[in-house]
Design a protein around this ligand. Sequence first.
Ligand code: PLP
Length: 451
Amino acid sequence: VDIERLKEIDRKHFFHPTSLVKQHKEGPSMIFTEGNGIYVKDAYGKEYIDGVSTLWNVNVGYGREELAEAAKQQMTKLAYGSSFYNFSHEPVIHLSEKLASLTPGDLNVFFYTSGGSEANDSAIKLARHYYKLKGKPEKTKVISFQGGYHGITIGTTGATGIQEYKDMTTSNPPNFFHAKPHLLNCEKGDKTDPDYSESIRGIIEREGADTVAAVILETVVGVGGVLVPPEGYLKAVRELCDKHDILMITDEVICGFGRTGTMFGVENWDVVPDMMSLAKGITSGYIQLGAVAFKESIRDEIIDLSGDNFFFHGFTYSGHPTACAVALKNIEIIENEELVGNTKRLESVMMKGLKYLEENHKVTARSRGIGLMGGIELLADRDLGKEFDSSANAAVTVVDECIKRNVILRALTFGGKNIVPLAPPLIINEQQLETIFEVLSESITAFEKTL
Ligand code: PLP
């Protein structure tokens, strides 16, 4: 393979998702060619541990022939089948039954998309439609977190609370509000807290519950910095939503399918939302699929209140047969190999590794994690909580050092923060996880030497 030629063609003709100016000038820094287990190879044949499951999605690891076989069989049997109107097909029926057996509470009805953004967009539309049918068309507002990420469509850019994404357009959609994450006391009603006006509760009071359709939150905030909710937080939001007749939507695009040591993240806190969005781990990234799980009671109310043709919302690829067949096989792997149990077991190794980093480096602070989802922050002065200025390129430098040492990690640098997340495939073993921490520690040391 002529790698330089590939790079040049890429530079010339491929506009990357989340593009860097650097790539448009220099071409891609890495061209992936193969994957096996927790390892990926680049065009030069160099092998790396994938410490973040690429985009937090390759939960069962690479090179699974069973998934390729499931796709092949379905494509050969029925390559495509619509499930619009009153049509259906076998894979979508079987997947829906399987998901219903796994999702908490009565989240037993599923609408399908091709990814997480479409799932969240659909959930928001569904919430607004629901209240319109109930004679409350003014209930349209949506509250999410500052720093939360829900996707990249126009609607979900509204819900996303990361300014860098919002800055892409001068016309973000109206009726989206952003609360500070995890203000437990405020959500429980403590009005003396100085942050109260920025809490979900404060926003509901200010805007009026009659105008709010939904609260949408990542169960554990991912891209915004791996923020695990404090004990009791999700329950407090659940109670708030119940009190004000507002739908609670949890975004489980990252947390779903084992990542946090339970099949779905909300199970850690024993909370059942009204809707839950799923994507990524549903197929471990082998093929595009997303879903909105919602309560049977909501489905029943929508049907009761609607005419014959009641939900004008569906994608050509909603419930694509091949994607559903792959999802079913992927879930079978997660169950047969007890990957949720493996994740739970390795949580202590993850937390120990993060603590080690925190205690052995000058620039590390605020480690956090759950299951196989962890994060560590880099600070210029951790006693003062002082962040690095952007010229230090802290997280990017650490991640570059990791890549030199054959471990792929990712830098989260939104809002001036420097966070290195960890989210390896759920098939990882203890020794491999420790290798990631050794490399990360060496890489932080290399960065510290530049200061
Ligand atoms: N929600 C969360 C929590 C995510 O992390 C992401 C993607 O990273 C999305 C939604 C958007 O999903 P997609 O990129 O599949 O549209």
